[in-house]
Write a protein that binds this ligand. Structure first.
Ligand code: UD1
Ligand code: MG
Length: 394
């Protein structure tokens, strides 16, 4: 059990050093290819190479390809041939596909509806292998609801819809909790390490194979992302791009789905789920959504403050009015009214932190958000272990 994991860990360390070396070498090429962004929270607007996630994504794939002979090289896997091997290949296919689509998004700046469509398409091979290998579409009902639904419920096709939506959610949820140096990679690494810890705990359980499988992916993922973080941390010398967000989300969805622990995976997304729900009125345009919702930079103080959105109250639809009242009641937004116009902070978790803690330096803001992510991981483990026994027979 341990041999392939240890080899994988060593290969991941090599991948880390390779990424560290490669990123500075290629970053000017990205600028030459017009792949750059301007850091909106700095005094001088220098060109920062964008989509460097594609570099570490490729190193991740190469590491995985080189690792295949280690996990499947010895002959005794032959009788199991199609299943486990195909699972690995298809998982890589889905991740690779998402990397390509993410890169396309960075280059072509796709529309919002494509952002929903792309992960769905990229998850199809995964759903197919799930169909062929497992096709279990039953869910275990939590104890309090068993009187109503029984112990096990077969939800059929909806299970596939759920898995497809998981991929869409994971990819986009990371992408919209973004805009300050180091946050996209930082949160993804915390999620990855959380899943790794969970896998290590479960490695001694009956489903150890699924967790070993997950570790094969997450160790190189973590290593390459750490290299990315080194350059993306404040002050960023590179941007990771949507490429990285899509690649990360898909990796988490893949290990969660094929490892049969998608609910636990989602537990590690608490800040992202909150940020998504909070963003819903803007994402679905019930309330105006500016192209960028990242915090506002104050060049004089060198600090970040809430970014604002301005709209006409009377022009809002019923849902728009409902959400803004609800959020105001929940104290998630601060609103100012002038001449019929309302100005509030943009509906993101980043702005909410600024609203409560006041303006602050960018690096401090990223650190707070990452600490929050770590705190939520602790919460997730409490829900997963002590509390889950209350709802399930674990
Ligand atoms: C998502 C968010 C958007 C946010 C953006 C920031 C939604 C619906 N969309 O859009 O509100 O503003 O991410 O990434 O919530 N940038 C920085 N500093 C950073 C990272 C990014 O200034 O640390 C800026 C750069 O100009 C960079 C750009 O953001 O070029 C990248 O934005 P992009 O990833 O294309 O935005 P979206 O993912 O579409
Ligand atoms: Mg983005």
């Amino acid at each position: 059990m341990w041999f392939p994991i240890v080899v994988n860990a060593f290969m991941s360390i090599a991948a880390y050093y390779f990424s560290i070396k490669l990123i500075p070498k290629v970053k000017d090429k990205f600028i030459q290819a017009n792949l750059f962004g301007i850091d909106k929270s700095k005094k001088i607007g220098v060109k920062i190479p964008e989509s460097i996630g594609v570099v570490t994504g490729c190193i991740f794939l190469i590491t995985m390809f080189l690792f295949i002979p280690v996990s499947f090289g010895n002959g005794d896997h032959k009788e199991k041939f199609p299943h486990e091997f195909v699972e690995l290949i298809v998982a890589l296919l889905s991740i690779c596909c998402m990397l390509l689509l993410g890169f396309a998004d960075d280059v072509l700046d796709l529309r919002w509806r494509h952002k929903l469509l792309l992960p769905t398409i990229a998850s199809l091979p995964l759903l197919m292998v799930y169909y062929i290998n497992f096709n279990t579409t039953t869910i275990v009902i939590p104890k309090p609801f068993r009187g109503l639904f029984g112990v096990i419920l077969d939800i059929g096709i909806f299970y596939y819809v759920y898995m497809g939506m998981l991929a869409v959610f994971c990819t986009n949820a990371i992408n919209i909790l973004a805009g300050i140096n180091g946050l996209e990679v930082g949160q993804s690494i915390v999620i990855a390490i959380s899943i790794i810890i969970f896998n290590l705990i479960e490695l001694s359980g009956p489903l150890w194979k699924a967790h070993q499988f997950s570790l094969y992916f997450l160790l190189p993922y973590c290593a390459t992302s750490l290299a990315l973080l080194k350059y993306n941390w404040y002050p960023s010398r590179i941007f990771v791009g949507d490429t990285f967000c899509y690649f990360s989300g898909m990796t988490f969805a893949v290990v969660g789905i094929l490892g049969h622990f998608s609910k636990t995976t989602l537990l590690f997304f608490i800040p992202q789920v909150f940020n998504f729900l909070f963003s819903v009125p803007q994402l679905f345009r019930f309330i105006e959504c500016p192209r960028h919702r990242l915090p506002m930079f104050n060049a004089e103080t060198n600090q970040l403050d809430c970014s604002l959105v301005k709209f006409h109250y009377s022009k809002l639809g019923i849902l728009g009015k409902f959400f803004i009242k609800l959020f105001k009641f929940l104290r998630l937004i601060k609103w100012q009214e002038k001449d019929g116009f309302i100005t509030t902070n943009n509906f993101t978790l980043i702005n909410l932190v600024l609203l409560y803690l006041g303006p602050m330096h960018e690096a401090k803001l990223t650190t707070i958000l990452i600490l929050l992510q770590i705190f939520c991981t602790c919460l997730a483990f409490t829900i997963r272990y002590p509390l889950a026994s209350f709802f399930y027979d674990v």
